[in-house]
Write a protein that binds this ligand. Structure first.
Ligand SMILES: [Zn+2]
Length: 149
């Protein structure tokens, strides 16, 4: 037995319909973050990322004012890595060869991206573990050696 608890013409049904179609501030920030990332990629990375990342690859995130974070967007590169865009900066994040963390490299342009990709290819999708910048900030136990470091 099915009974309609909310009559279709009721004020509650009308409010529910409005709620379904009304975008929240978070929704708008997510959309704006994706648009900003795509625009940045189209302008600064037309031969690489713009040809590779479709709109559906991006996920947007609203600002987190309490943490000082502006709206941002990410796109997975698969293999554990991704690109992150916020405040007109694009960063490649990929696992470190040590297996203990990630390395984040803020890109300065398409030529820089090509060098970064070359390093990732050499590391089979992982950045080399280095003690200097950029490093994964992981700390290996004394005397530990890694196969890829
Ligand atoms: Zn590392």
């Amino acid at each position: 037995m099915s009974e309609t608890l909310i009559p279709p013409a009721s004020p509650l049904a009308h409010l529910i319909a409005i709620a379904r179609t009304t975008k929240t501030r978070d929704d708008l920030e997510r959309e704006a973050a994706i648009t900003a990332a795509r625009t940045h990629v189209d302008v600064a990375y037309p031969r690489t990322l713009a040809k590779t990342l479709a709109a559906s690859h991006w996920s947007g995130y609203p600002a987190l004012p309490a943490a000082g974070l502006a709206p941002s967007a990410t796109a997975s590169l698969h293999g554990g890595g991704w690109v992150h865009h916020t405040r007109d900066q694009l960063t490649v994040v990929a696992p470190c060869a040590c297996g203990e963390g990630y390395v984040a490299i803020t890109l300065t342009g398409e030529r820089h991206l090509l060098r970064v990709l070359s390093n990732l290819e050499a590391g089979e999708g992982r950045f080399r573990h280095e003690t200097g910048w950029p490093a994964c900030d992981s700390r290996l136990p004394r005397g530990t050696r890694t196969a890829r470091a």
